[in-house]
Structure formats: C-alpha cells, structure tokens
Design a protein around this ligand. Structure first.
Ligand SMILES: [Zn+2]
Length: 94
C-alpha cells in the first residue's frame, strides 16, 4: 500500500511540526515557571547582613511585591503572558 500524502504537506513537515510545537510549549512553560510567588529581599543587603533590606512577599524572579494570590495571577496575566504571546507570534512569522 502506498503512503498517502496530503496536498501541500510533505511527510517530513507533518513529523517536524508537533516537535516544534512541543519545544515552543516547553520554552513557554519554563518561562512561566520562573515566576514563583515566594519572598525576596527588597533592597539588599538585608538588615540581618547590615543593610536596610527587608524580606517581602512577591515574584522572586521579577522582584515585584505581591501580597495575594489574585495579585500573583494578575502579574502572570498582565506582565508575563504578553511577553510569551509576543514571542510566539514573532516565532510564527519567522
Ligand atoms: Zn514575575
């Protein structure tokens, strides 16, 4: 039986496409996971180390002060997601 090839797509394209999508998804997930809600020193060094910095809650990656899970979700939606979407759109145009 001969392999069926859809018009406009070679078998190679069909094999490579999901791998690219997986790679893009993996990169985006890694980017998203960098933003963890924890604590950080707001103006290092800390008081304990002789400075004036205090421990505050927030995004450990961006050093943005965040007090609630709603604020953290807003940070992801407003600050992080647009960067990820823009990168995906840029990559799809290449
Ligand atoms: Zn962040």
């Amino acid at each position: 039986m001969e392999p069926t090839i859809k018009s406009g797509a070679s078998p190679a394209d069909e094999n490579e496409r999901p791998k690219d999508d997986e790679k893009i998804l993996e990169l985006d997930q890694r980017e998203l996971m960098r933003h963890t809600w924890g604590t950080f020193i707001n103006h290092p060094p800390s008081i304990a180390a002789g400075g004036k910095g205090t421990v505050v809650p927030g995004c450990e990656y961006c050093k943005t002060i965040i007090y609630s899970d709603n604020q953290f979700l807003s940070h992801l939606a407003v600050d992080v997601l647009p960067q990820i979407v823009q990168r995906i759109l840029r990559m799809s145009k290449e």
